[in-house]
Design a protein. Structure first.
Length: 100
């Protein structure tokens, strides 16, 4: 059994408390950022139109609840085939690689 000195225990406890404070601050900032980045109806409509243009469907047509319908707007990364399809479309639209 290891005996920790009072100084070591106090230092460890302060370290834990500091870490908790930092994590709390990070969580607070993340929540504020999420509220600030809330999708407007215009952005949701643009998302739906782009998905329909690229994939031929929005992707939430079979959703049964409102939460399931809204989940499509929280998706940050598509599946591999979706990314490939979008890339191929962008290649065709920008065949001269001008970026315009």
């Amino acid at each position: 059994r290891t005996t920790l000195g009072v100084k070591t225990t106090f230092s460890f406890r302060n370290s834990v408390l500091e870490t908790r404070k930092k994590m709390s601050m990070i969580v607070g900032l993340a929540q504020a950022q999420a509220q600030q980045n809330a999708l407007t109806p215009q952005r949701k409509e643009a998302c739906q139109m782009l998905r329909f243009f690229v994939f031929g469907a929005v992707g939430n047509e079979n959703a049964k609840t409102a939460e399931e319908k809204e989940a499509i707007f929280e998706q940050r990364l598509g599946e591999r085939w979706q990314v490939q399809l979008l890339y191929n479309l962008l290649e065709k639209l920008d065949s001269d690689h001008s970026g315009r």
